[in-house]
Design a protein around this ligand. Structure first.
Ligand code: UDP
Ligand code: MG
Length: 344
């Protein structure tokens, strides 16, 4: 793997001089790119650390792919990882993490909803010995109440039923030490619910609360329907409780059915009333069919997951990696005309 940190001296983890990698998944964010780059640079330059910004172009089609290329060619701190198409944020993050070489890695959304100014606080916690620094949202400016409520309910449900504690109200905004990243890279699954995977690896963790800002520019890539997918993904990746619910619901329905059957038989024997009860029959049949279809759907979710896991497809495909070979330190090196493109 090539590295834009060629000039770096390897430093022991948690020491004071740290080499930091920032990973930014990027999909159709043309409007926000100049703001993002300027703000990141101004924050990082003040920190007196070596750093690299790993931008993952997740198959952008709004013209930002050209802007990104220009930026990667002209900036000595940007490493651009271009994926061959849009693979989704989770795959883009995985691709970005695989390309980092810093002692610590910070993951940040491109739209500046995660303020880069907090990186200094995250680094402070890292120096104090935390391997993972979660950023917990105190407020979510610019998000509809529907999204806030569904996110709230989803996290609570997920934590009730999953075997690892997945922190509520956190996004992908976080710092991870090199060893935490290495541990994460050892998780081979295709169904990548990153927040769950981050939690699964464990490690000493620190939580910092922050106010989530509104998008700096551009539009969100999610809508109410596309939120349902990741929610189901999160639940089915980290818990088999829904399968147990299906069993429990089936058991309950069977018990009700048996009791009702006995009642009908006894009623017919005692009162000799063979007909009647048509509406209740329809109600029972509909109820049972509903439960059965739901259960089959649930089982299907898990079977589908297994199907995709068995295919063993790679998580993403890299088109190329564009970076300028930095001379000494990433923060001081100037861009060189020659660019370094690593093809997959
Ligand atoms: N993103 C991505 N691939 C996608 C969708 C989104 O890399 O298929 C990136 C996007 O560019 C942004 C981050 O994921 O940096 C979060 O996306 P967005 O802001 O749209 O989500 P929201 O903050 O509204 O949940
Ligand atoms: Mg956003």
């Amino acid at each position: 793997m090539s590295s834009s940190m060629n000039g770096w001296r390897p430093t022991p983890t948690h020491s004071n001089h740290v080499a930091l990698s920032i990973v930014v998944p990027f999909f159709n964010e043309r409007a926000v790119l100049p703001l993002l780059y300027r703000r990141l640079r101004s924050v990082l330059d003040k920190l007196e650390i070596s750093y690299e910004i790993v931008l993952v172009d997740d198959g952008s089609r709004d013209g930002s792919e050209h802007d990104l290329r220009e930026l990667a060619i002209s900036s000595s701190v940007v490493k651009l990882v271009r994926l061959s198409r849009n693979f989704g944020k989770e795959a883009a993050l995985t691709a970005g993490l695989d390309q980092t070489s810093g002692d610590a890695v910070v993951i940040l959304d491109a739209d500046l909803q995660d303020p880069p100014e907090l990186i200094s606080q995250m680094l402070a916690a890292f120096h104090d010995g935390s391997d993972i620094v979660y950023m917990k949202r105190r407020s979510r400016t610019g998000e509809t109440w529907g999204k806030q409520l569904s996110a709230h309910l989803f996290y609570r449900l997920l934590n009730r039923i999953s075997s690892v504690a997945i922190p509520e109200d956190t996004g992908d905004f976080r710092l991870m030490s090199r060893r935490a990243v290495n541990a994460l890279q050892r998780l081979p699954e295709r169904n990548r619910y990153m927040k769950g995977l981050f939690a699964w690896v464990g490690f000493p963790t620190h939580v910092i609360e922050y106010d989530r800002e509104a998008r700096a520019a551009g539009t969100t890539k999610w809508n109410v329907l596309s939120l349902f997918g990741p929610a189901l993904e999160g639940i089915t990746s980290f818990s088999v409780a829904p399968l147990r619910w299906a069993t429990a619901a089936g058991l309950l329905a069977a018990l009700i059915g048996i009791s009702f059957g006995l009642y009908v038989v006894l009623k017919t024997l005692v009162f000799g009333d063979p007909i009647g009860g048509y509406p209740s029959l329809i109600a029972v049949i509909t109820f049972m069919c509903g439960i059965q279809l739901l259960s089959i759907g649930l089982v299907g979710e898990y079977v589908g997951k297994t199907y995709f896991e068995t295919k063993q497809r790679p998580l993403y495909v890299i088109l190329d990696v564009i970076e300028t070979p930095a001379t000494s330190s990433c923060t001081t090196a100037r861009a060189e005309p020659k660019i370094h493109i690593v093809s997959n």
